[in-house]
Design a protein around this ligand. Structure first.
Ligand SMILES: [Zn+2]
Ligand SMILES: [Zn+2]
Ligand SMILES: [Zn+2]
Length: 287
């Protein structure tokens, strides 16, 4: 009902408008979001069929960075997964080290038993964090990790070299380690950690537990004053951690324009990594 006095009618904000008041050309915020997502998915499909993997992963990254993403941002979930993967690598390398050194006393048996249960525990955490990825981030991660040697990306190899890991000595442990792992330890692939037995032998000593803790804290440390929001999420990690996280989760190096799969040493083709049949395979089957 209108006002019977002479005061002007209060101005309505656009959000107060009844649906019948809205001009056909005006869009509700939810309509704008639907349009944005529809357009973003169209672009994604076109990039998928173009085979431009750099642009595809960059586009998916941008989809997650915008306020229009399919789900509200869940801060830090990919950093949580990234941290768990580092713990899984440490665990697997400690297991291998105990076995390589042929330590067979009861303390070693107890430690192996503990590591076995800890692997299962960390695997469940890994799955939980992965299930919280936004859809576009999950698709990007799924594509990148479809390559069995994703961790041999040149930036991850360079990082291992910089930390004086096995990639610095050319012993091949980081690549060969995956061959020594059974399928139940597949989440532990990757480069050297402070638990790598080959690195400890090359150094000639083991770091103390407190030194290991200090180094791990340093590599995962946050930089509260960082002038960025963090790559997908609110986690303001140090710049080194952000670079390694970016390549580990998304594959692409911002600004490089390079296909992430071409940055892996001796990569199989994209078609092979996607499990698609090449024309040669099809013609062999038809023959
Ligand atoms: Zn080595
Ligand atoms: Zn090593
Ligand atoms: Zn390495």
């Amino acid at each position: 009902m209108g006002c019977y006095c002479s005061c002007p009618e209060p101005r309505r904000s656009s959000s107060d408008k009844k649906p019948s008041d809205r001009r056909p050309s005006e869009k509700r915020p939810s309509d704008k979001k639907d349009d944005f997502l529809s357009e973003a998915h169209d672009v994604e499909r076109r990039l998928e069929s173009s085979g431009n993997i750099y642009a595809l992963q960059q586009h998916r990254f941008n989809m997650c960075e915008t306020d229009m993403s399919e789900f509200p941002k869940i801060p830090n979930t990919s950093y949580n997964l990234f941290d768990v993967e580092q713990e899984l690598r440490e665990l697997v390398q400690e297991e291998l080290s105990i076995r390589e050194n042929r330590i067979s006393n009861s303390a070693a048996a107890d430690r192996l038993q503990h590591l076995k249960s800890q692997y299962q525990f960390l695997s469940l955490k890994w799955l939980f964090y992965l299930s919280n990825f936004a859809a576009a981030q999950w698709r990007a991660f799924d594509l990148w990790r479809s390559h069995p040697q994703w961790y041999m990306h040149s930036q991850l190899v360079d990082d291992c070299v910089g930390r004086q890991g096995c990639c610095a000595r050319g012993c091949g442990c980081c690549l060969n380690r995956s061959h020594n792992l059974d399928a139940s330890r597949s989440l532990g692939v990757g480069h050297c950690t402070l638990e790598c037995g080959c690195c400890a032998r090359a150094r000639g000593f083991e770091f103390s537990e407190s030194q290991k803790t200090d180094l791990k804290d340093l590599y995962q440390s946050k930089w509260e004053g960082a002038p960025w929001n963090g790559a997908y999420g609110q986690d303001r990690r140090n710049f080194h951690c952000m670079k390694i996280h970016q390549v580990s989760i998304w594959g692409f190096v911002p600004g490089s324009g390079k296909n992430p799969f071409d940055m892996i040493n001796a990569p199989p083709s994209y078609d092979q990594s996607e499990g698609k049949k090449s024309k040669d395979d099809e013609s062999i089957e038809e023959a």
